[in-house]
Each structure stands twice: as structure tokens, then as C-alpha cells.
Write a protein that binds this ligand. Structure first.
Ligand SMILES: *Cc1c(COP(=O)(O)O)cnc(C)c1O
Length: 426
């Protein structure tokens, strides 16, 4: 299949990299600083925690690994129930396939695509241990209502903030709104650590210690001071220099309870250094996304059969995605085709998770989340909304949307499409 080239591509690369990132990379290449476990990782984590307003920020190699590690903190036991959103990327919920728990897909709000607190309430049972949500596209979920339910019923909430860096909810940043949160710095996300990377944020000190062990090849375990085994012929005493890693805990600790094996999820110094530089661009990048979104909103306002994703008044949207809905499938499908014909690359994000083969294998079925299913199969589409779009591409996108909607709806005719005309005249 040959790849089609679009006038307005979806934007395979989301973030913007430039001189600041090149400079830190040149520094790392030229001097002798370590490329793993140096000082950049901690500086990135500290800045990130400050930005988000969390006590701890723990880097990982991807958003997926951050989710895997964060889910470890939920201490899921056989028979527990976990409420999850079906409208997210598969990495949010896929780790749960490895646990012997009951997953309850919870329907979403048709205006925001975020998990619906009323639907959450209906799924809570005495076995509910945790809830996993996403701030869809960068629009914060209804956290006050959800956290009130969590407090009342005693379950933990994990927020997947892969889209939400730059967003605000009642003046606070996603990443500090639940018990634990994860971020992705993959290539297409709002900032990137050179293509792959992730972060966990939380306030609990004991979780920060456990997360750090898990990502550093140590086991996640409850340790206690060792009682020397009676009759042991090997003295459990340090025999090497006391500062050597194995001289301390290996000799003095024993495991009271073993939870999980660790892994190596160390973010490289190059990635962390770029991440720190990217934080300096976050405001500008977020503004660029919002500016495109505002222009697309303006076009949709002229067509009563279309509506944009709603943003609650007290929230600021980070616009990782620009999402809108047609009032029926015929219109949605025509719009996708009309925009594609004009060279605008359209995506649909995301397929309802409970209908993926692996979750159907676990007994999940169509009808479980009627709102999520209707929106996906009939109403929903995503338009490019990327800070890398040139002024020309943004103008072209706005006019192509307007012209396509006028063609489909016969509604108010679009203003003369200057950019489209110029392209056609060439
Ligand atoms: C991108 C993404 C992830 C996974 O992040 P990676 O860094 O690609 O592993 C998880 N959840 C959501 C909602 C995402 O968009």
C-alpha cells in the first residue's frame, strides 16, 4: 500500500524539537557525563512534580510501562473489581488482562467522552478496588465527583494523563487529581522525550519508594531486618566495602511479603534532558493547539448538525486531540470522505476497548457501553490539531472543513475558500 500524502497530515510527530533540545544532546554526546542514571533524570522529575503539583514524579521508559508500574500500586487481589473507561488507548486497560480481577467497563459522557460519574456510581460494589480513567483528548474528567465516590466507597483512582499535559481542572493540573497518575512522552504526545518515555506521579512516599525499586531491577517487597538463620555457617555480614550496593540490604534484610518482580524502566539521560527542555515549550505548544481548536470550533458553530467535544467551564483543554461529532452516521461518514478527498487526514480515536478481541475473549460484549458504542460507530471523528501545522495548513484545514460541511449539510454557505482555491489553481 502506498502512503498517501496529505495537504494537512494528522501529524505523526506531535511535539516540537529545536535548538534547546539539540544543545542538551550535543552536551551529552561531547562530554563524559553518564548516559544513564546521571543528574538529568532527577532534574526532569523534580521540575515535572513541581509543574503538576505532586509530591513525587518517577520517570519510566514509556507511558505504557508507567501504567504497568502504577497499576502495581493498586495491590489488586483475586476477586477485586476495577472500573475502567472504554474510551481510551489500549495501554490504559490492557495491563489488567494479567490480573485475576473483574473489569467493569463504564459508559462515558456523550459530550466529553470522559467516564460518566453517574455510570460509575451504578457499577460500584463492595469489591470495587480501583478505577482507571483517562482525560480524553486532554479534556479533564469530572474529578471532584469521582474522587468523592472514591472516598465514600474506599477505592483508588488512577488517572491516565497521556493527553492531559497542559490541561487544568478547577485551577489544578491533571497528575495531582487522583491517587496516582501516569503520563506519556511518546512522539505524538504534547511533549516528547525523543520519541518514547513516561512518568508516574503520586503523593505517597511509600509508593515512590516501591515505584523506584520496581523500575530499578529491585523486587517490590515488604522487607524486614533479617534474623540470622540458626546454624547458618555463612555469617550474614558485609564482607566488602560498606558503600557497595550489596553490602547493606542484601545482608541485613529478608522478605516478609513478596509482591512483584522488578524490571528496568530507567529513562535515559538523553530522554530526560530533552524532556526538561520540552517543559520550557509546554505553554507555547498548548497555546498553538488551542488556537487551532478555537478556529475549528468556530466553523462547527455554523452547522447545527455538528458539535465539538464539550469542555466544562472550569476546565482548560490541552487539545492533544480535536474531537467532534455529527448527529448521525451518514453525515459522519460523508464528512470523513469529503475531508479525505480534500487532503485532510482524519482519524478515529479510540475503538471501544471492551469490543477488542482480547476483552471479548474475556466475555465482554456489545451493549455494555451503549453511549461509547454509538459515538464511535456513528458520530465521532478527530481532526488534525497539531502545533506543527503551518499557517497555510491551518487555514486550509479550516476552509476544507467549512466547505465539506456546506456540501454535506447544504447549510449556510462557507466564506469564499481562498486557500483551497489557490491550491486548486496551481
Ligand atoms: C499514548 C498513550 C498511552 C501509552 O503511552 P506510550 O508512551 O505510547 O506507551 C497510554 N494511554 C493513552 C491514553 C495514550 O494516548
Amino acid at each position: 500500500m502506498t502512503e498517501r500524502s496529505y495537504v494537512v497530515p494528522w501529524g505523526k510527530r506531535g511535539g516540537i524539537l529545536g535548538e534547546a533540545e539539540a544543545a542538551v544532546l550535543a552536551e551529552l554526546v561531547r562530554d563524559d557525563t553518564p548516559l544513564s542514571l546521571g543528574t538529568w533524570r532527577e532534574r526532569f522529575e523534580q521540575s515535572f512534580a513541581g509543574l503538576v503539583g505532586s509530591e513525587h514524579a518517577v520517570t519510566a521508559t514509556s507511558g505504557t510501562v508507567a501504567l504497568e508500574l502504577a497499576i502495581r500500586m493498586l495491590d489488586l487481589e483475586p476477586g477485586d473489581e476495577v472500573i475502567v473507561t472504554p474510551q481510551t488507548y489500549q495501554a490504559t486497560v490492557q495491563p489488567l488482562l494479567d490480573y485475576d480481577v473483574t473489569v467493569r467497563f463504564c459508559d462515558i459522557d456523550p459530550a466529553t467522552l470522559n467516564i460518566d460519574p453517574a455510570a460509575v456510581r451504578a457499577l460500584i460494589t463492595p469489591r470495587t478496588k480501583a478505577l482507571l480513567l483517562v482525560h480524553y483528548g486532554g479534556c479533564p474528567a469530572e474529578m471532584d465527583e469521582i474522587m468523592a465516590l472514591a472516598d465514600r466507597h474506599g477505592f483508588l483512582v488512577l488517572e491516565d494523563c497521556a493527553h492531559a499535559l497542559g490541561a487544568h481542572y478547577k485551577g489544578r493540573a491533571p497528575g495531582s487529581l487522583a491517587h496516582i497518575a501516569t503520563f506519556s512522552f511518546q512522539n505524538a504526545k504534547n511533549i516528547t522525550t525523543l520519541g518514547e518515555g513516561g512518568m508516574v506521579t503520586c503523593d505517597r512516599d511509600d509508593w515512590a519508594v516501591r515505584l523506584d525499586r520496581l523500575r530499578s531491577n529491585d523486587v517490590d517487597a515488604e522487607l524486614e531486618k533479617a534474623v540470622p538463620a540458626p546454624g547458618s555457617d555463612r555469617a550474614m555480614e558485609p564482607i566488602v566495602l560498606p558503600w557497595m550496593k550489596y553490602s547493606a540490604s542484601v545482608y541485613s534484610d529478608s522478605v516478609r511479603r513478596l509482591r512483584y518482580a522488578g524490571t528496568n524502566a530507567t529513562m535515559s539521560e538523553a530522554a530526560a534532558a530533552v524532556g526538561l527542555a520540552q517543559l520550557g515549550r509546554l505553554d507555547a505548544v498548548t497555546e498553538a493547539r488551542r488556537a487551532i481548536a478555537a478556529r475549528l470550533d468556530e466553523v462547527l458553530e455554523r452547522y447545527p448538525f455538528m458539535r465539538p467535544q464539550a469542555t466544562p467551564a472550569y476546565s482548560a483543554h490541552a487539545h492533544h486531540l480535536y474531537t467532534c461529532f455529527a448527529d448521525r452516521q451518514e453525515v459522519r461518514d460523508q464528512l470523513v470522505l469529503a475531508l479525505d478527498r480534500r487532503g485532510v487526514e482524519i482519524q478515529l480515536r479510540y475503538f471501544p476497548q471492551h469490543l477488542l478481541p482480547e476483552w471479548r475473549h474475556r466475555g465482554h460484549r456489545a451493549g455494555e457501553c451503549p453511549v461509547a458504542e454509538r459515538l464511535w460507530f456513528e458520530e465521532h471523528l478527530n481532526l488534525p490539531c497539531n502545533p506543527r501545522l503551518s499557517g497555510f495548513q491551518a487555514d486550509y484545514l479550516v476552509e476544507a472543513l467549512d466547505e465539506s460541511l456546506a456540501e454535506i449539510g447544504g447549510g449556510p454557505s462557507a466564506p469564499a475558500p481562498a486557500v483551497l482555491a489557490a491550491v486548486r489553481d496551481r
